[in-house]
Ligand binder design. Structure first.
Ligand code: BGC
Length: 389
């Protein structure tokens, strides 16, 4: 875990070196009072547009609470350090993402933190930044098929999938348990890593008869293989993708439930890739009278899913402490601004290069530890939920 004290000392270092200049878009006045800003900065009365922005952040969409969490945590961290850094959203559109990157380049940023909407499509935006001498940090999702990525901050995404799958395994008894598989968007490299992590845990339990796959002929065709190639993963993901979209997830789950019989239901086990899709899929399964009980995974510890877990409507989530990712991204940005190499612990191959990376641990949260982990730990307030005990 990245220590707060480390973050603050880095932030102080940053202030002293004056590398990250406080700035804001004309429509968004600077949050920090003038007296909290570094002495060398322009006085508060100076037009904001004359100030330069050294770091820009581009996030995929406001339509998923996950990315609002990241926006909030970036704002918290940067406000605490006395800075305003512009955060732009791509709204699920790679063309808008590239426009966002170009507008940040035009504003004079030196580092751009990008969480790509589409990992491969984002290569063009990363290359535009690279050509302009701007460093690129790939955030949470890997930008693929380009050498224009300087660094990658992420969570342990294999562990995310493995913990989701392990939860299902731990709750299954006997053999012949119906298993329904769902995946993220094929345009997101993480969807592959999550699935890889889950498959590593589930496949032996499919092979030994604990689980029987009910909704993917592609997965059934590959169920004897302990390790899948990317193309094999793509074949399965293509059949069970939610595209990270709640409606797609719900419609797919409903179609799967329509295509199966009462004998394929009863107590069911559902690999759902994240919280938004888990809630949508859970709602579909809960509405099927042939489903007597379901276990469903999730990811992100979104507030709505924390409430679902408290209410017994979602079984678990994998909590990824976004504060850590934000701190890692800021520390990497500071290092790059100073012309040094950010600390890396390993690398991820993006199809062209090994991108130096740092990855953070993740935590399984269910009804038994939700309060201790997320509330007592200070990530959320108890008052944001009902029925906590
Ligand atoms: C992120 C998840 C998120 C999903 C959908 C993934 O790349 O790692 O946290 O739920 O995208 O936005």
């Amino acid at each position: 875990m990245f220590k707060k004290s480390v973050f603050y000392s880095l932030a102080v270092l940053l202030m002293v070196s004056g590398l990250l200049l406080s700035a804001c878009a004309p429509a968004a006045p600077a949050a920090a009072p003038a007296e909290e800003k570094p002495a060398e900065e322009a006085p508060a009365a100076a037009p904001a547009t004359e100030e330069k922005l050294a770091v820009g952040i581009v996030l995929p969409t406001k339509d998923e609470p996950r990315w609002i969490q990241d926006e909030t945590r970036f704002n918290d961290a940067l406000t605490a350090a006395g800075y305003d850094v512009e955060i732009l959203f791509s709204q699920g559109d790679s063309a808008k993402e590239k426009d966002n990157v170009e507008s940040l380049i035009a504003k004079g940023v030196k580092v751009i933190v990008i969480c790509p909407q589409d990992g491969t499509a984002a290569a063009a935006a990363a290359e535009a930044a690279n050509e302009a001498g701007v460093k690129v940090i790939s955030y949470d999702r890997l930008i693929r098929d380009t050498d224009a990525v300087d660094y990658y901050v992420t969570f342990d995404s294999i562990a995310v999938g493995a913990q989701q799958a392990q939860y299902l395994v731990d709750n299954a008894t006997g053999t012949g348990n119906p298993l329904y598989l769902y995946a993220g968007a094929a345009s997101d490299n993480n969807a592959f890593i999550f699935f890889e992590g889950a498959w590593g845990v589930l496949q032996p339990k499919i092979a030994d008869g604990t689980f029987v796959i009910k909704n993917s002929s592609e997965a059934i065709a590959l169920q004897d293989k302990a390790t899948l190639t990317r193309d094999e993963q793509a074949a399965i993901i293509g059949q069970v993708t939610t595209n990270w979209d709640f409606n797609t997830a719900k419609n797919l789950a409903e179609a799967n439930l329509t295509a199966t019989t009462a004998a394929d239901k009863g107590v069911v086990f559902i690999l759902a890739p994240n919280d938004g899709t888990a809630r949508a899929i859970a709602d579909a399964f809960a509405a099927d009278t042939d489903v007597s009980q379901y276990f469903v995974s999730g990811q992100d510890a979104e507030k709505a899913s924390v409430q679902y877990i408290i209410d017994g409507k979602q079984s678990m989530t994998v909590w990824k402490d976004v504060r850590t990712l934000v701190a890692d991204a800021i520390a990497a940005a500071i290092a790059l601004l100073e012309g040094s190499e950010p600390t890396s612990k390993g690398a991820y191959n993006n199809g062209v290069i090994d991108v130096p990376a740092i990855q953070s641990a993740v935590v399984t949260v269910d009804k038994d530890n939700v309060k201790a982990t997320l509330i007592d730990g200070g990530y959320y307030e108890a008052s944001e939920f009902t029925g906590l005990n």
